[in-house]
Design a protein around this ligand. Structure first.
Ligand code: SF4
Ligand code: SF4
Length: 406
């Protein structure tokens, strides 16, 4: 099943009708806006000379592969298939949108996740074609030369560039835990300066969005996320550790297509990527419902890919699309590889979620009521009433058996 089919199956299971849920008038207006925006971009000078078609050709990918990707990208962004040609054109015009990518208190894991792929996906290749005006990890320039380059790019593309931020911002000791450049600018000053002239800020990875691991207790550096200090600019959060390249590409493509930020949730995460829970689309969900759980690493349940809830999976509390989009060229994802989700796309994930025990067995409570609360209480039941999950399953089986006997 390719990614578009997987996404369509998921949307249909959730009752989302991708082609019709917003009505024809909505989509035809959106198409008009996108066409206008793409026309403007086509007539604008390319900020970078990299051509996506040449990049794809060099990787042995055909036009058909590219159009299949564009179709899947539409599904991922909840757009009808008729938007596929516009999506392909947006990818071809990615080099018109200048990007300044700054790194603060981080491990560069998000950059690495994109760069280290030995078989890059089309999402990753498209990211290579953006007009990356400044990126300390990739550029050859260093020292004064790099600083001059940054100043120049900010001046040339003032109000037009996307400011991509990787890493948290340390505020303790007047920000002296992290300084940059010859003038000793603190990370906070650096971020405020670069974000200040941008069109929008894209916080990539959980450190930049919510503080991430550096903000874990006792948070010695006073680490915070971008949205805690940047005000008056549109901010898009793309959390996860690392952020999925497909979600970074999707967000930038949305900006290319519309000149606006995508629809966001209450944590400023794009709804197209973070609008559903890991638990809702997990391939082990049937085992959760049937009360079949891994009880110890290497047991029968682990061998049979049963649910990892009792081993600490936080899929019921975590919003992300990894179960569908996956990592490493779509090869696999953490739960597929046998470990529970540690909630890496949620605030305070390291303190609250990154433990190999169920949420119900900690002093933290699930973040909201509703389904999460129900699952949390169900988990508590699992821990306090031995084998309740299996009991439910057994009761259902017994009832089914009785029915057959009648
Ligand atoms: S608890 Fe985790 S492993 Fe189990 S179904 Fe939910 S997301 Fe999947
Ligand atoms: S499965 Fe959970 S921990 Fe793993 S990448 Fe996805 S959100 Fe993060």
């Amino acid at each position: 099943m390719d990614r578009r089919d997987a996404l369509m199956k998921m949307f249909s299971a959730k009752g989302v009708k991708v082609n019709t849920n917003r009505g024809e008038a909505y989509y035809s207006k959106l198409k008009e806006t996108m066409q206008k925006r793409l026309n403007e971009l086509r007539n604008a000078p390319a900020a970078s000379k990299v051509d996506i078609n040449k990049v794809l050709e060099a990787e042995g990918l055909t036009r058909r592969d590219f159009m299949k990707w564009a179709s899947a990208a539409c599904a991922a962004m909840m757009l009808p298939a008729s938007f596929t040609p516009l999506m392909a054109e947006a990818a071809e015009l990615m080099n018109r949108v200048p990007v300044i990518w700054i790194e603060l208190q981080d491990c560069a894991g998000n950059s690495e996740a994109i760069l280290r792929s030995d078989a890059p996906t089309i999402d990753e290749l498209i990211l290579e074609t953006i007009s990356l005006e400044f990126n300390e990890t990739l550029m050859a320039a260093a020292g004064h030369q790099a600083e001059e380059h940054l100043d120049e790019a900010m001046k040339t593309f003032a109000g037009k560039y996307l400011c991509v931020v990787e890493g948290s911002i340390p505020l303790h000791m007047d920000g002296q835990y992290g300084t940059i450049g010859a003038k000793g600018e603190t990370f906070e000053e650096h971020l405020l300066r670069v974000a200040g002239s941008s069109a929008a800020v894209v916080a990539v990875g959980t450190c930049a969005t919510f503080g991430g691991v550096p903000a874990a207790a006792p948070n010695p550096t006073g680490a915070v996320g971008v949205q805690d200090i940047v005000k008056g600019k549109p901010i898009i959060n793309i959390p996860a550790c690392p952020a999925n390249p497909a979600n970074i590409t999707g967000t930038i493509l949305h900006f290319v297509l519309t000149g606006q930020v995508p629809e966001l949730d209450h944590l400023n995460r794009p709804k197209f990527a973070f609008g559903y829970r890991i638990h809702d689309n997990c391939e082990r969900r049937a085992h959760f419902d049937a009360g079949e759980f891994v009880e110890a690493w290497g047991d029968e349940g682990a061998e049979n890919n049963w649910c990892l809830y009792k081993m600490g999976c936080k899929g019921p509390m975590t919003f992300n699309n990894c179960s569908v989009v996956r990592y490493n060229s779509g090869t696999n994802w953490p739960i597929g590889a046998g470990h529970g989700c540690i909630g890496c796309s949620e605030p305070q994930f390291w303190d609250k979620y990154a433990q190999e025990r169920p949420m119900a067995d900690t002093h933290f409570k699930a973040p909201t009521g509703g389904v999460e609360k129900t699952v949390d209480e169900f988990g508590l039941g699992l821990l306090t009433v031995a084998g309740i999950g299996i009991g439910i399953h057994a009761a259902i089986s017994a009832a089914a058996g009785k029915k057959e006997e009648v």
